[in-house]
Design a protein around this ligand. Sequence first.
Ligand code: FES
Length: 165
Amino acid sequence: TEREYTLHVNGTPRTVVASGQDLLVDVLHEQLDLTGTKLSCGIGSCGACKVVAQKTPGSPKMAMLACYARMDSIEGLHFTTVEGLSGPGEALHPLQREFLECYSFQCGFSTPGFLMAADVLMDQLARRPIPAAQLDQRIRQAISGNVCRCTGYVKYAEAIKKAIL
Ligand code: FES
Protein backbone atom coordinates (compact mmCIF):
# COMPACT_ATOMS: atom_id res chain seq x y z
CA THR A 1 0.00 0.00 0.00
CA GLU A 2 1.31 3.39 -0.91
CA ARG A 3 1.03 6.47 1.24
CA GLU A 4 2.71 9.81 1.79
CA TYR A 5 5.99 9.96 3.71
CA THR A 6 7.85 13.06 4.76
CA LEU A 7 11.61 12.89 4.56
CA HIS A 8 13.97 15.71 5.40
CA VAL A 9 16.55 15.74 2.65
CA ASN A 10 19.41 18.22 2.49
CA GLY A 11 17.62 20.55 4.88
CA THR A 12 14.24 20.53 3.16
CA PRO A 13 11.12 18.54 4.06
CA ARG A 14 10.06 16.50 1.05
CA THR A 15 6.83 14.59 0.64
CA VAL A 16 6.96 11.41 -1.38
CA VAL A 17 4.45 8.66 -2.11
CA ALA A 18 5.82 5.19 -1.49
CA SER A 19 5.09 1.81 -0.01
CA GLY A 20 6.77 0.78 3.20
CA GLN A 21 8.93 -1.71 1.30
CA ASP A 22 10.27 0.87 -1.13
CA LEU A 23 13.95 1.65 -0.79
CA LEU A 24 15.38 5.05 -0.04
CA VAL A 25 17.76 4.89 -2.99
CA ASP A 26 14.85 4.45 -5.42
CA VAL A 27 12.86 7.25 -3.82
CA LEU A 28 15.88 9.57 -4.02
CA HIS A 29 16.38 8.75 -7.69
CA GLU A 30 12.84 8.52 -8.94
CA GLN A 31 10.90 11.01 -6.86
CA LEU A 32 13.42 13.56 -5.65
CA ASP A 33 15.70 13.60 -8.68
CA LEU A 34 18.75 13.13 -6.47
CA THR A 35 20.88 10.74 -8.50
CA GLY A 36 24.24 11.43 -6.86
CA THR A 37 23.64 8.52 -4.48
CA LYS A 38 24.70 5.49 -6.48
CA LEU A 39 23.20 2.04 -6.65
CA SER A 40 25.74 -0.67 -7.28
CA CYS A 41 25.53 -3.99 -5.43
CA GLY A 42 22.02 -3.44 -4.05
CA ILE A 43 22.71 -5.84 -1.18
CA GLY A 44 24.43 -3.65 1.38
CA SER A 45 28.00 -4.66 0.55
CA CYS A 46 29.66 -1.84 -1.37
CA GLY A 47 28.77 1.52 0.20
CA ALA A 48 28.05 3.26 -3.12
CA CYS A 49 24.60 4.18 -1.83
CA LYS A 50 25.76 5.57 1.51
CA VAL A 51 23.96 8.65 2.80
CA VAL A 52 24.12 10.48 6.10
CA ALA A 53 21.17 10.18 8.49
CA GLN A 54 20.43 12.14 11.65
CA LYS A 55 17.57 11.94 14.11
CA THR A 56 17.45 15.73 14.23
CA PRO A 57 19.64 18.38 12.60
CA GLY A 58 22.74 18.69 14.78
CA SER A 59 22.47 15.20 16.28
CA PRO A 60 25.23 12.66 15.62
CA LYS A 61 25.57 11.63 12.00
CA MET A 62 25.10 8.01 11.03
CA ALA A 63 25.99 6.36 7.75
CA MET A 64 23.03 4.64 6.16
CA LEU A 65 22.90 2.38 3.12
CA ALA A 66 20.11 3.70 0.93
CA CYS A 67 19.85 0.36 -0.92
CA TYR A 68 18.88 -1.26 2.34
CA ALA A 69 16.77 1.45 4.00
CA ARG A 70 13.08 0.74 3.62
CA MET A 71 10.66 3.62 3.81
CA ASP A 72 8.80 2.16 6.78
CA SER A 73 11.96 2.28 8.89
CA ILE A 74 13.25 5.76 8.10
CA GLU A 75 10.33 8.13 8.38
CA GLY A 76 11.15 11.41 10.11
CA LEU A 77 14.93 11.09 9.77
CA HIS A 78 17.06 13.88 8.35
CA PHE A 79 19.22 12.87 5.40
CA THR A 80 22.16 14.42 3.69
CA THR A 81 23.03 13.14 0.24
CA VAL A 82 26.10 14.06 -1.75
CA GLU A 83 24.11 16.90 -3.33
CA GLY A 84 23.71 18.42 0.14
CA LEU A 85 27.38 18.55 1.10
CA SER A 86 27.55 21.98 -0.48
CA GLY A 87 24.62 23.65 -2.13
CA PRO A 88 24.50 25.28 -5.58
CA GLY A 89 26.72 28.34 -5.65
CA GLU A 90 28.38 27.46 -2.35
CA ALA A 91 32.06 26.72 -1.89
CA LEU A 92 32.96 23.07 -2.08
CA HIS A 93 32.86 21.10 1.14
CA PRO A 94 36.44 20.55 2.43
CA LEU A 95 36.13 16.85 1.62
CA GLN A 96 35.10 17.58 -1.96
CA ARG A 97 37.97 20.05 -2.30
CA GLU A 98 40.54 17.55 -1.05
CA PHE A 99 39.14 14.72 -3.16
CA LEU A 100 39.76 16.95 -6.17
CA GLU A 101 43.18 18.17 -5.02
CA CYS A 102 44.39 14.63 -4.29
CA TYR A 103 43.02 13.18 -7.56
CA SER A 104 41.21 10.69 -5.36
CA PHE A 105 38.77 9.27 -7.83
CA GLN A 106 39.07 7.52 -11.14
CA CYS A 107 35.70 6.41 -12.54
CA GLY A 108 33.97 8.30 -9.70
CA PHE A 109 31.13 5.86 -9.14
CA SER A 110 32.10 5.09 -5.56
CA THR A 111 32.96 8.69 -4.71
CA PRO A 112 29.62 9.85 -3.24
CA GLY A 113 29.65 6.92 -0.81
CA PHE A 114 33.22 7.70 0.26
CA LEU A 115 32.32 11.35 0.75
CA MET A 116 29.40 10.49 2.98
CA ALA A 117 31.41 7.96 5.01
CA ALA A 118 34.06 10.62 5.52
CA ASP A 119 31.45 13.21 6.48
CA VAL A 120 30.25 10.90 9.27
CA LEU A 121 33.84 10.46 10.44
CA MET A 122 34.41 14.23 10.52
CA ASP A 123 31.29 14.63 12.64
CA GLN A 124 32.47 11.91 15.03
CA LEU A 125 35.90 13.47 15.38
CA ALA A 126 34.44 16.94 15.96
CA ARG A 127 32.42 15.50 18.83
CA ARG A 128 35.20 13.33 20.19
CA PRO A 129 38.71 14.23 19.03
CA ILE A 130 41.36 11.50 18.89
CA PRO A 131 45.16 11.63 18.98
CA ALA A 132 46.65 12.31 15.55
CA ALA A 133 48.48 8.97 15.72
CA GLN A 134 45.14 7.14 15.55
CA LEU A 135 43.79 9.06 12.60
CA ASP A 136 44.98 6.78 9.78
CA GLN A 137 43.40 3.79 11.45
CA ARG A 138 40.11 5.63 12.02
CA ILE A 139 40.00 6.71 8.39
CA ARG A 140 40.60 3.15 7.22
CA GLN A 141 37.84 1.99 9.55
CA ALA A 142 35.43 4.69 8.34
CA ILE A 143 35.80 3.68 4.70
CA SER A 144 36.08 -0.06 5.30
CA GLY A 145 32.50 -0.56 4.08
CA ASN A 146 33.13 1.29 0.84
CA VAL A 147 34.33 -0.56 -2.24
CA CYS A 148 36.26 1.16 -5.02
CA ARG A 149 36.61 -1.02 -8.10
CA CYS A 150 39.43 1.18 -9.37
CA THR A 151 41.17 0.37 -6.05
CA GLY A 152 41.78 4.02 -5.23
CA TYR A 153 41.76 3.61 -1.48
CA VAL A 154 45.08 5.28 -0.76
CA LYS A 155 44.11 8.52 -2.49
CA TYR A 156 40.73 8.58 -0.82
CA ALA A 157 42.33 8.12 2.61
CA GLU A 158 44.90 10.82 1.86
CA ALA A 159 42.20 13.33 0.91
CA ILE A 160 40.10 12.57 3.97
CA LYS A 161 43.11 13.07 6.22
CA LYS A 162 43.89 16.43 4.63
CA ALA A 163 40.29 17.55 5.05
CA ILE A 164 40.33 16.60 8.71
CA LEU A 165 43.68 18.13 9.62
FE1 FES B 1 24.01 -0.18 -1.32
FE2 FES B 1 26.06 -1.46 -2.52
S1 FES B 1 24.45 -0.33 -3.45
S2 FES B 1 25.74 -1.12 -0.41
